[in-house]
Write a protein of this length. Sequence first.
Length: 73
Amino acid sequence: MKNDYKKKTGLIIRKDGEYLVGTILYSTDLRWSWSPFDAWITRSREEARKVARKVGGEILLFNPVLRQMKEAE
């Protein structure tokens, strides 16, 4: 229970200073945000790599509890 904050760490995608949130409902357009707290987050490196390649973004490790972010690769 003590290290539960580590389980909150995930991978997010950043491009041009914005973070990928997801797609707009009923559309293929992407939604971006200036805040990493809004970002789509995954724990799967393969899934993050696939999305990052598709959108031309970079993968970051992000922990919203500790408010820490760093490059994943």
